[in-house]
Design a protein around this ligand. Sequence first.
Ligand code: SF4
Length: 292
Amino acid sequence: MHYVDAKGILTSNSGIHGMNIYRGCTHGCIYCDSRSKCYQFTHDFEDIEVKQNAPGLLEMALKSKRKKCMIGTGAMSDPYMHCEEKLELTRKCLEIISRYEFGLAIQTKSDRIMRDIDLLDEINQKAKCVVQMTLTTYDDALCKIIEPNVCNTKRRIEVLEEMQKRGIPTVVWITPILPFINDTAENITSILNECVRVGVKGIIDFGMGLTLREGDREYYYAALDKYFPGLKEKYITHYGNSYELPSPNAKELRTILHNTCRSAGIISKAEECFKYMNELPDKYHQMSLFDL
Ligand code: SF4
């Protein structure tokens, strides 16, 4: 872990405001796209870059914004890695978001988010808070292999359930689905049944497959050699050097997903999920009219 003073913290991409308080990640997911070469890490991916001035930068940015908006975090680096227990930078940023009455769309795989449930409640009451969790496998033993340093899917579902009980809406990312590993109807159905039971608002899947590129691919293949001997060769035969590796079962799995979501009233189109996560409630739209 090393500390830096960042120049800025909020980025805007197609009108969506996001921030990453940390760079790199210690959860160890074998398929992690964030470790790809294109992101130009100059340090080991697990040697976390801590943007120690993130709360100060965020406060300055929010103070100067005329319109309230949703703030996203967690896309490139989990905001609840081990180091957050001591550093509390995510917590400090949530305090600022709450104080300035902005909305939050936060993504994590960790149950450490429960520590900050008081702030998530506050933000949700003042504006809107959406908690997003990634669920890839219902099998605990497999989860320990593919996402080794973070709580398992069943624990993540408990977190989602607690959020929903408190009226904090949740969105689940069922991605990536790894060909010949977790791409079974049984796995997807087990995850979906839990999503329906706890009442999640939306599910994003991105086509039931995996993407691989330089940096990420080598790490993933090394994990296949270690835990699934022979599977790397099968991938190379099936997909060559492709960036996109759809599961051979993708069509069936997507049908299961869409049928389940339709009958349970869960949003399953990615663009609708993103729209929902980027929208503040009506009272803010009314305020923004006066701001114009
Ligand atoms: S939690 Fe996300 S950023 Fe961290 S290792 Fe896993 S996939 Fe990568």
